[in-house]
Design a protein around this ligand. Structure first.
Ligand code: SAM
Length: 240
């Protein structure tokens, strides 16, 4: 856990012994389930600690920790094996977290993990973002919508922005191509009621490449027709 401890210290996050025990259990469960189902291609311990746990926690550079602790509503879209949502929940237990995932096997893992780690106020939903974005309990209900490695920017904002309340934020974790991706999504972001606030560079201990947090403010309501039906945001992203 040394690299997670040092890495989080650089992000100004203080991990307790309890946090470390939860991350250790998370790692063990991930490795065990990964032998049966393909949950992650990263299997070395150091890789999981840095590329999954630490990278997820770096989202805190874009989030208001006080608001999270006070019960902010957060949705992680296309969470896979729980990234970035679950590491954030471990460190900020006050947040109300929804994990959205389209693949049933991953949903089963997430339900097992949430129970095993005894995490409270976590909902796991097996659905596509294009469907959830039209449900009244979820549409424009979240303070933050997060995503990592789910889709290209113009498609991704059609998944995220319909879920964010006006005044809330969408946060996308991206790589070196972040600025170009944002540029290519200008029209989609404006159409869906967003406004780019900032690209925050993130340097992680032990990673050569710079990562970026793309922060998008929700400034206006998303028109009713978005998100379009499942598959459409990927097939015909809003461009131009
Ligand atoms: N966010 C995780 C991470 O960074 O490790 C998982 C990334 S994985 C490459 C992308 C995940 O997004 C997959 O598990 C996939 O099932 C899910 N996904 C893709 N499109 C989705 C959609 N429209 N709605 C819900 N989940 C989706």
């Amino acid at each position: 856990m040394e690299s997670l401890l040092l890495g989080t210290r650089e992000l100004n996050i203080a991990l307790t012994r309890q946090h470390l025990a939860l991350f250790e259990k998370f790692y063990q469960e991930l490795m065990e389930w990964n032998q049966r189902f393909n949950l992650t291609a990263i299997t070395d311990r150091e890789g999981v600690l840095v590329r999954h746990f630490l990278d997820s926690l770096s989202c805190l550079k874009a989030l208001n920790r006080g608001a999270l602790e006070a019960g902010a509503r957060v949705i992680d879209v296309g969470t896979g094996a729980g990234f970035p949502g679950l590491p954030l929940k471990i460190v900020c237990p006050g947040m109300r977290l929804t994990l959205l995932e389209a693949t049933y096997k991953k949903v089963q893992f997430l339900e097992h993990l949430v129970a095993t780690l005894a995490l409270k106020e976590v909902r796991v939903i097996h659905k596509r973002a294009e469907e959830l974005g039209h449900e009244p309990d979820h549409r424009e209900r979240y303070d933050y919508a997060l995503a990592r490695a789910v889709a290209e920017m113009p498609t991704l904002v059609e998944y995220l922005l319909p879920l964010v309340r006006i005044g809330g934020k969408a946060v996308a974790q991206k790589g070196e191509e972040a600025a170009a991706e944002v540029h290519g999504a200008t029209r989609a972001i404006a159409t869906l009621g967003g406004e780019v606030r900032q690209l925050v560079p993130v340097e992680l201990r032990g990673l050569a490449e710079t990562r970026y947090l793309v922060i998008i403010d929700k400034v206006a309501a998303t028109p009713d027709k978005y998100p379009r039906r499942p598959g459409m945001p990927g097939k015909r992203p809003i461009t131009g």
